[in-house]
Design a protein around this ligand. Structure first.
Ligand SMILES: [Zn+2]
Length: 62
């Protein structure tokens, strides 16, 4: 993903920046850097799905 895109993306839950991650199954994800939030958002067909309803706890427990 382009850097400038990631810079403007924020977690809809807490407003923290997101970092690139990768799920255990190899799919990309965006992980919230907020310590109290730490949700991960899926990336489908290269498009980040920044919906709290679609988020799941980060840390490999998909
Ligand atoms: Zn967050």
């Amino acid at each position: 993903m382009e850097g400038w895109v990631r810079e403007i993306l924020r977690c809809p839950g807490c407003g923290s920046p997101l970092r690139d991650g990768r799920r255990p199954d190899g799919e990309p994800e965006l992980v919230c850097t907020g310590e109290t939030c730490a949700l991960a958002y899926p990336v489908r067909d290269g498009i980040p799905v920044l919906l709290v309803d679609e988020a799941y706890p980060s840390g490999g427990t998909v």
